[in-house]
Each structure stands twice: as structure tokens, then as C-alpha cells.
Design a protein around this ligand. Structure first.
Ligand SMILES: *[C@@H]1O[C@H](CO)[C@@H](O)[C@H](O)[C@H]1NC(C)=O
Ligand SMILES: *[C@@H]1O[C@H](CO)[C@@H](O)[C@H](O)[C@H]1NC(C)=O
Ligand SMILES: *[C@@H]1O[C@H](CO)[C@@H](O)[C@H](O)[C@H]1NC(C)=O
Ligand SMILES: *[C@@H]1O[C@H](CO)[C@@H](O)[C@H](O)[C@H]1NC(C)=O
Ligand SMILES: *[C@@H]1O[C@H](CO)[C@@H](O)[C@H](O)[C@H]1NC(C)=O
Ligand SMILES: *[C@@H]1O[C@H](CO)[C@@H](O)[C@H](O)[C@H]1NC(C)=O
Ligand SMILES: *[C@@H]1O[C@H](CO)[C@@H](O)[C@H](O)[C@H]1NC(C)=O
Ligand SMILES: *[C@@H]1O[C@H](CO)[C@@H](O)[C@H](O)[C@H]1NC(C)=O
Length: 636
């Protein structure tokens, strides 16, 4: 996934598009008059005078003032004053009660037109310091703020995310926040909540980290005492379905920006807690931020010990364990290969078959026409054998179909593909069909023995269908156990969420990059499964991989309805523990396993997500951005 941040502060300032018209007569107004109860200021473009407030914080591009509060919770009493003038900045200090004049503007960076506008005062002048050393008590968010405390709502981001899947509804970008300019409903919608505090000095008590920090040292938190929904055992917030049946957008969060005093935020990981954070509510880079006055300190760090899966291979030939792991751009010389091998051997307990995604060709990111990954896969298999704690004589066999060069997306030259590692003492490919090439579409047929087989084994599903343009084609295989019980596997890696828009941006619902293509991809897989089930309604089929989508985006997985059941649901994994990925504020599940009714009805299903990467103590300690999973199913 791409981080959505665009532009630095300097860039934004340089490219500022300041939208205002000069009014002829300046009005004497308060901060709350300027902020008003909606997204856009009622005084946009107007010259105002004799605006008073106490300076709460300063930056290199201006400062913030806080005026007398309004009784109306929709109306902020804080305001950003924009100025790069050294003399203007030198003329005020934190704690000064000032009066000033200027022009009300709505600003957004021209580098990302999907950002919301920030209400600010431009061209400040006639600044008079009325008194010094005033203090502004920050608004303490959450229940510890007292009887009138403000807390963010816990379900929805925007009133405009209306559709059956709320913020995940398809089609995306059906309306724009700044065009609708709704009156704020801060008790219901997270964006409205934060907008109602724009420019205000606030405190978050005992913040809990929801992800690693980003490249800029910024990190997402929830208040330790806030009411939240979707909280998982590590302290993060998992994407779930809300009480009204609509996906929960986890709006009860905020991102902590770079400290205003130049200090540096600490290193962050999921579940770490910090000292209270006090800062200014601002909007930048697509999100509502708190710009802390100073960096917080770490108060507690979660236990770094990561338990291995409890699911282990069985001696029963019908019971199979299945691993699923996006190993993030793995080539033979990739530094994280031995760590991934350790994960498969010692945390997934060497599953009977492993669905791998993001296996690169033998030359990795070098775009030299190499497409085979047999060296990558045999290097990984050898490393797993080395890593096996008990020592084993056994080395995984592997299976892949090399793609056409540079046709399946991913890092240029890497030719990522899906592949299997499998334990050849537990299963073998059903013989009698040729192995498919990159462009061969495999189809289910009834073989000479009367049993369903594949025209190509292994094969790819409909690889020339435009649904698979610049994307990994699913790898299908038909296997048999030593006693001849057959089962099908489909290993997929759906197209990525590239070019999405911020969840707190102008476009509603936010643009979910690649969602239309993922819908078509799932539809082609569903068509294949239907043709297979038409020949054998009891076929044992296991479908899995990196779907680059949450099941809460129901439009994507709708083609599977009635054909396949997701294992997490079938195995009763607690809703909040269903995650394999961290992105922004969310713990989310991009990696899924699905089974056909034939498998479902035999029961004995289990699945565990093993958080070897997303519970790492630091971003740099992760081997992959995805956590692996391990499952157990019965194929006979
Ligand atoms: C936005 O809404 C506010 C409050 O209703 C109104 O005063 C303001 O003029 C509106 N701005 C625009 C540009 O529609
Ligand atoms: C400026 O504002 C203050 C307090 O808000 C008020 O007392 C004063 O009369 C105003 N002055 C002018 C010139 O409007
Ligand atoms: C502001 O307060 C500090 C201590 O709180 C004091 O040292 C300083 O003299 C005060 N400044 C003014 C201008 O009153
Ligand atoms: C959303 O649609 C509008 C047109 O209604 C377009 O201008 C804008 O670029 C789109 N936003 C995104 C993030 O795609
Ligand atoms: C990879 O495939 C090539 C071509 O078939 C073969 O020569 C080579 O021995 C294989 N290497 C491994 C490690 O399997
Ligand atoms: C490993 O393989 C060798 C040779 O095939 C055999 O002698 C040895 O007993 C095996 N060890 C185990 C632990 O299976
Ligand atoms: C395959 O399974 C056998 C037992 O059924 C086990 O001894 C062996 O270690 C396994 N191989 C791998 C690569 O896990
Ligand atoms: C499917 O399985 C059920 C019970 O397991 C059996 O009654 C039925 O005959 C099977 N159908 C086919 C087409 O094999």
C-alpha cells in the first residue's frame, strides 16, 4: 500500500492557493464567529478586525489563538493564524492575549485537492498584545475531561458515507465534504468531531498506539480512557461491523504529528502507551492531527514474546494444516528470508501446505527477463529446513507457474507470483494433466476415471481476462492425499489498494484503490468455482491468499456468496482478533481463507493469525507487512 501523504509543510506553503476576496469594511468578530458550525467559514473571504484570543502555540508558518468558547459544541474556539513573516511571528508569544486583524480564508494544499479546507486567518496585521502570561486550559478529551467532556464518536466518519457498507461502500466518491458543507454533527461523525475542534488546544490522556509510526515519525492513537469499539487484545482497533450492520470506520482515533517544539516522537508499535499528549487539532496531509506541543514519553510497551500457533500438523491423513503468508517481495537473497523461514517452521509449525504471495523471480527486482522463481522457492525451503527447531530431514516441495515477464504488477522486475510449498509426504499433485503455462486457462473437467480433474494442473484461472491485467493470476492445483482423497487449492493475490484516497478526505466514500478490479477478480474466481461445483457439488476447495480487502467491503466478496465460507467466521475467531495488517488507525484483515461446503460440512475447522510482524517491537523488526495465518481443515 502507498502512504497517502503528499507534500511537506514548505511545499504546501509554497503552493498555497489562498481563496479569499477582499471585503471593503473589516468587521469586528470573535474566533467562534469565524469558525461557525459547518465545514466552511461563514466569513470566508472577509476582512475582519479586532479579533481577540490567547496564543496557544507557534509554528514556523504561524500560530494558533484561542478565543472565548461557544456553548455550541459544533463551533471551535481555536483558530490558525497563517504568517511566514518573521516580524509577525516574533511579535507574539505563547500566553499573550492579542487582538489582530486579517482575512478569513479556507486553505488547502494544491498538491492534494482531496484534502479538506482549514479555516484560517491570513495576512494578520494590527497585532496588539493586550496582556501576557495567560494560560489556556486544554480541553481534555474523553471521560476524564469532566461532565462536559467531548469524546469522539465510535462508528462513522462522515454523514456522506451513506451506502450499505458505509465508508466502504462501492461506488466510491459519490459526494464531496466541501461541496456539501454540512453543519457539523460531532456526536455522530468522526470528521465532524475533529472539525469542531479545529485549532483548539486539547489533551489526550494515556494515549495507546494503533500502528507503527509512519516515515515522518507520526503515529495514530486512541485515548486510553476513550470509549472505543473493535478493540483487540493488543490494544489496537480492528475493522468490524457496527451495531447497525454497517462497517465501523474507527473514527475514535487521531494521528499525532511532529511536536511543535522540535522534539522527536518516540518509536512506536501497536499497543504502546504514552504520557498525556497536549496539542493543537489541525488538518494536514488528508487527516485530522493533533500537533503536540512536545513529544510524549513511552509509559508501557507490550510483551514482545509472540506465541506460536497452537495448530499443528496431524497424523490423520484427512486433516491438513494450511499456512498463508504474503512474504513481501521475496527473492533468493532477500534479507528477511531466514526470518520468514523461522516463522513458517517455528510459529506456523510447518503446515502441510503453505500458500505464499509475493515470491519474486530468481533475480529479484532486477528486470532482466528472468521469470522462474525456482531458486527463490528452493532457497526458502532449505532455510525452513535449517530453521526447524527439532531438526528435520524433510524439505518442502514447491509449485509455481512463472508469469509472463512484467505482466503481473508489483515491484518492477520482481515478477511477484503466488506459489505453494507443500509436504510431499502428505500430498501430491493429481497426475494426468499437463502443467499450465502463464497464459493457459485451466478448467475443471471429468477425467477418464469419472473424477473431476483440471485441464492444466497446476493452472491459472482465466489469465487473459482483463480482470487480471497487471495483477497476479490465481494458482489452482488439484492434490491428492496418499490414499487418493482429492482437494483443490486456489492461491490468490488480488490487486493492491493503490491510489486510494484518505479516509478523512473530501471524497466520500473514500476512494478504495483498485476496488472495481478486485470485484472483477473475485467474480472470475467465482465463475471458476461454480463450474467446478457444477461437476462435483461436494468438491473440497480451499481458496486463500492476500485479498487486499476486508470482508467488510462486502461488494468485493459478494460473488463468493453461496459458494464459499470464510474460515474466520466458520471457525469462530473473535471478531476483533481478525487482523493480519496494520494501516493508519486500523487493525485489518487483508488475508483470508475460504472453503467450499464439502470442507465446511466436515467440521474440525480452525484458523489462527500469528502476529509475528505486526506485534514486532519496531517497524524495522518486521519481516513482512502482513502477518501469516495457519488453518486446519478436513479434506476427507
Ligand atoms: C457553509 O455553511 C455555513 C453554515 O451553514 C455557511 O455560513 C457558509 O456560508 C457555507 N459556506 C459555503 C461556501 O457554502
Ligand atoms: C474589540 O473587541 C473588544 C472585545 O471583544 C471590544 O470590547 C471592543 O469594543 C472592540 N473594539 C472595536 C473597535 O470594535
Ligand atoms: C510570566 O510568568 C513567569 C512565571 O510564571 C514569570 O517569571 C514572568 O516574569 C512573567 N512575565 C510577565 C511579563 O509577567
Ligand atoms: C472525486 O470526484 C470528483 C468529481 O466529482 C473529482 O474531481 C475528484 O478528483 C475525485 N476525487 C478523488 C479522490 O478521486
Ligand atoms: C531452476 O530451473 C532451472 C531450469 O529448469 C534448472 O536448470 C535449475 O536447476 C533449477 N534450480 C533449482 C534450484 O531448482
Ligand atoms: C535422515 O535421513 C538419513 C538418510 O536418508 C537417515 O539415515 C536418517 O535416519 C534420517 N534422520 C531422521 C531424523 O529421519
Ligand atoms: C512432512 O510431514 C512429515 C510427517 O508426516 C514430517 O516428518 C516432516 O518433517 C514434514 N516435512 C516438512 C517439510 O515439514
Ligand atoms: C455429497 O455428499 C453427500 C453427503 O456427504 C452425499 O449424500 C451426496 O451423495 C454427495 N453428492 C455427490 C454428487 O457426490
Amino acid at each position: 500500500m502507498l502512504h497517502l501523504r503528499t507534500g511537506t509543510v514548505a511545499e504546501i506553503v509554497a503552493s498555497a492557493v489562498l481563496v479569499f476576496q477582499l471585503a471593503t469594511v473589516a468587521r469586528s468578530v470573535s474566533v467562534t464567529d469565524i469558525q461557525g458550525p459547518a465545514y466552511l467559514s461563514p466569513l470566508r473571504g472577509q476582512a475582519v478586525s479586532n479579533l481577540t484570543g490567547v496564543v496557544t502555540a507557534k509554528s514556523t508558518t504561524g500560530f494558533w489563538i484561542q478565543g472565548p468558547p461557544s456553548e455550541d459544541p459544533r463551533v471551535s474556539s481555536g483558530l490558525s493564524i497563517f504568517s511566514e513573516s518573521k516580524s509577525v511571528l516574533a511579535s507574539v508569544s505563547v500566553g499573550d492575549l492579542i487582538s489582530l486583524s486579517g482575512t478569513v480564508a479556507e486553505f488547502r494544499s494544491s498538491s492534494d485537492p482531496n484534502n479538506l479546507f482549514v479555516t484560517e486567518l491570513d495576512s494578520p496585521h494590527s497585532i496588539t498584545v493586550l496582556s501576557t502570561n495567560n494560560t489556556v486550559a486544554p480541553l481534555v478529551l474523553g471521560p476524564s475531561g469532566g461532565p462536559n467532556a467531548r469524546s469522539p464518536p465510535t462508528q462513522k466518519l462522515s454523514a456522506l458515507d451513506n451506502g450499505p457498507d458505509g465508508w466502504l461502500s462501492v461506488p466510491n466518491n459519490q459526494s464531496l465534504v466541501e461541496v456539501a458543507n454540512a453543519t457539523l454533527r460531532p456526536d455522530e461523525f468522526g470528521m465532524d468531531f475533529w472539525s469542531s475542534l479545529e485549532g483548539t488546544l486539547v489533551t489526550v490522556r494515556a494515549p495507546v498506539a494503533l500502528d507503527f509510526e509512519n516515515d515522518f515519525g507520526e503515529f495514530w492513537v486512541r485515548g486510553g480512557d476513550w470509549e472505543v469499539t473493535g478493540q483487540n487484545g493488543r490494544g489496537g482497533l480492528t475493522i468490524t461491523i457496527g451495531p447497525d450492520g454497517v462497517p465501523d470506520a474507527n473514527p475514535e482515533v487521531v494521528i499525532i504529528g511532529s511536536p511543535l517544539d522540535g522534539s522527536k516522537n518516540p518509536s512506536v508499535s501497536l499497543g504502546k502507551t504514552f504520557s498525556d499528549i497536549t496539542g493543537i487539532v489541525a488538518y494536514q496531509f488528508g487527516f485530522y492531527y493533533i500537533l503536540p506541543l512536545t513529544a510524549p514519553t513511552v509509559v508501557s510497551t507490550p510483551d514482545p514474546t509472540i506465541p506460536p500457533a497452537t495448530i499443528k500438523p496431524s497424523t490423520d491423513e484427512c486433516t491438513l494444516t494450511i499456512g498463508d503468508y504474503n512474504v513481501e517481495n521475496m527473492a533468493p537473497t532477500t534479507a528477511h528470508l531466514p526470518t520468514v523461514a523461522d516463522h513458517i517452521a517455528n510459529f506456523l509449525n510447518s503446515p502441510d501446505i503453505v500458500f505464499l504471495q509475493e515470491i519474486q523471480d530468481n533475480s529479484g527486482g532486477t528486470d532482466d527477463g528472468t521469470v522462474s522463481a525456482n531458486v527463490t522457492l528452493s532457497t526458502l525451503a532449505a532455510a525452513i529446513r535449517t530453521a526447524s527447531a527439532g531438526g528435520t530431514n524433510s524439505t518442502y516441495a514447491f509449485l509455481e507457474i512463472a508469469p509472463e515477464n512484467d505482466q503481473d504488477g508489483g515491484a518492477p522486475g520482481g515478477n511477484i507470483r503466488t506459489a505453494y510449498l507443500y509436504n510431499a509426504t502428505k500430498m501430491s499433485l493429481v497426475p494426468g494433466s499437463p502443467a499450465g503455462g502463464a497464459l493457459d486457462a485451466t478448467e475443471p473437467i471429468v477425467g477418464p476415471d469419472g473424477k473431476v480433474t483440471l485441464t492444466f494442473n497446476p493452472g491459472r484461472i482465466d489469465p487473459t481476462n482483463p480482470a487480471w491485467d497487471s495483477s497476479r493470476k490465481p494458482l489452482v492445483a488439484l492434490w491428492e492425499t496418499p490414499r487418493g482423497n482429492r482437494f483443490f487449492t486456489i492461491n490468490l493475490h488480488l490487486t493492491a489498494k493503490l491510489d486510494g484516497s484518505s479516509t478523512q478526505g473530501d471524497a466520500r466514500p473514500p476512494v478504495n484503490g483498485g476496488v472495481e478490479q478486485r470485484i472483477s477478480q473475485v467474480a472470475t474466481i467465482a465463475t471458476f468455482i461454480k463450474s467446478l461445483l457444477a461437476l462435483d457439488p461436494n468438491a473440497s476447495i480451499i481458496v486463500g491468499g492476500d485479498c487486499n480487502e476486508y470482508v467488510q467491503t462486502r461488494a468485493v466478496f459478494a460473488p463468493f456468496d453461496g459458494l464459499l465460507t470464510e474460515l474466520d467466521g466458520a471457525a469462530g475467531v473473535p471478531l476483533v482478533e481478525r487482523y493480519t495488517y496494520l494501516f493508519d488507525q486500523n487493525s485489518e484483515q487483508l488475508d483470508h481463507l475460504f472453503v467450499s461446503d464439502g470442507v465446511l460440512q466436515r467440521g474440525g475447522l480452525a484458523v489462527e493469525h500469528v502476529h509475528v510482524n505486526n506485534w514486532a517491537p519496531a517497524l524495522s523488526a518486521r519481516a513482512s507487512d502482513h502477518d501469516p495465518s495457519v488453518a486446519m481443515v478436513k479434506v476427507c
